[in-house]
Design a protein around this ligand. Structure first.
Ligand code: SF4
Length: 110
């Protein structure tokens, strides 16, 4: 079973506890169709706007065994209020540049 670390939008914490993310990971659905069910080694926020703290948080989860970093749907898709993160591309690029190329990044959860 692959190990994943999920990063979610801090601004969305008040309206979403990540229920659908956990369900998708547990059942191997949506973003996890390819991997099948995954083990979540960490579920953290980006650390707040503009999201720079997402980089050390991704590194921390990799240190705890994450083989895939997953950016939850609240970032790219703006779930559940249709309000995508304006810093999404920068966050994704900064994480990509600062983690091993062997670590996959998935850009949504469900
Ligand atoms: S940087 Fe993006 S993901 Fe992080 S709190 Fe702000 S809007 Fe949400």
């Amino acid at each position: 079973m692959k190990k994943v670390g999920i990063i979610r939008c801090q601004q969305t914490e008040d309206i979403c506890p990540g229920t659908a993310d956990f369900k998708a990971a547990l059942k191997g659905r949506f973003a996890f169709e390819k991997t099948g069910p995954v083990e979540i080694v960490g579920f953290v926020s980006c650390g707040g706007c503009p999201g720079k703290r997402a980089v050390p948080r991704a590194q921390m989860m990799i240190g705890r065994g994450a083989e895939i970093i997953v950016l939850a749907s609240c970032l790219a898709r703006g779930n559940p209020i249709d309000y995508p993160c304006p810093h999404f591309q920068k966050i994704r690029e900064a994480i990509r540049k600062n983690i091993s190329p062997e670590i996959e990044i998935i850009e949504y959860t469900h």
